[in-house]
Ligand binder design. Structure first.
Ligand code: NAD
Length: 278
């Protein structure tokens, strides 16, 4: 990508031990940025930094739980101390939940998902803002989700957390646009990463069965079925199409943080092969 404006810039990427975050960290480094990779997974974060350095780039890894304010402070302080600035923040780290119906969601699960997916990015953004404001320049990109656009038949805490992320992104865009700070998000559809299998534990067949049950397709007890168009929409939604690669998501993160996206602010950009258009 030419004219991205990342040469010498300092970029923090959370959740950079694997998946979308790792792919984004590698791409920013390829564009000439100095990258702080951070993740709960120390071995994975170290590995991402090593890959960048082996390729001739500049990286530092900070391991820790980003829902812990002390870890957040350490991340921001390390970026500023090591690289001299904090120009781009990518709030990408996230976890899924057990995809239980609302009545079955335990307090601890709710609090953990909200804390990691919503509170941690808030804490990190709040800690990074003074440095961006002092520089009169900042780019913040969140990884929201297709689950940030509409209600879900399960995954209540995850869906609520990603709707919260959407609100955070829009508020930041409105609040800080005059100070040179742009905030946007990608909203991935299904992406081939650990979170799909490890956290959500939802294989496509299971997902389809769940959506069919909710839409009335699998009812054999004569229960009230929804109207035709609703059934059609649910069936289409239950088929999200091709899963993307982490790199296909990361490329859009890099674009949103780049100079090429100067007029884009407060946008939640679906990266889902049209799934959210259904
Ligand atoms: P992933 O599991 O490969 O990556 C998530 C990373 O976040 C992991 O490396 C994990 O260790 C890290 N992490 C989790 N909790 C953390 C914490 N408390 N502190 C620090 N790091 C923590 O999965 P991914 O798909 O690359 O996930 C990245 C983002 O993409 C998440 O926010 C996820 O919600 C979002 N997303 C993914 C999909 C998908 O289908 N994969 C779809 C929509 C949105």
């Amino acid at each position: 990508m030419s004219g991205t404006g990342f040469e010498g810039r300092s970029v923090v990427v959370t959740g950079a031990a694997s998946g979308i975050g790792r792919a984004a960290a590698l791409m920013f480094a390829e564009e000439g940025a100095k990258v702080l990779v951070t993740d709960l997974d120390k071995a994975g974060a170290d590995e991402t930094a090593k890959v960048i350095e082996t390729a001739g780039g500049t990286a530092v890894a900070v391991a820790g739980d980003l829902s812990d304010p002390q870890v957040v402070d350490e991340v921001v302080a390390t970026a500023v101390r090591t690289f001299g600035s904090l120009d781009v923040l990518v709030n990408n780290a996230g976890i899924g939940d057990s995809m239980s119906a609302l009545a079955d969601v335990e307090d601890a699960e709710w609090e953990r998902v909200i804390r990691v997916n919503l509170t941690a990015p808030f804490l990190l953004t709040r800690a990074a803002l003074p440095h961006m404001l002092a520089a009169g320049h900042g780019r913040i990109v969140f990884t929201a989700s297709e689950a940030g656009f509409r209600g879900s038949v399960s995954g209540t805490a995850y869906t609520a957390s990603k709707h919260g992320v959407v609100g955070l992104v829009k508020s930041l865009a409105v609040m800080y646009r005059k100070q040179g700070i742009r905030t946007n998000a990608i909203a991935p559809g299904g992406t081939q990463t650990n979170i799909l299998t490890n956290s959500l534990g939802m294989e496509p067949e299971k997902m389809t069965a769940l959506v069919n049950t909710v839409s009335g397709q699998a009812q054999s007890d004569g229960g009230a079925a929804p109207h035709g168009p609703t059934i059609l929409r649910d069936i289409l939604r239950s088929n999200p199409g091709r899963r993307s690669t982490p790199e296909e998501q990361a490329a859009v993160i890099v674009f949103l943080a780049s100079d090429a996206a100067e007029m884009i602010n407060g946008v939640i950009l679906p990266v889902d092969d049209g799934w959210s258009a259904v």
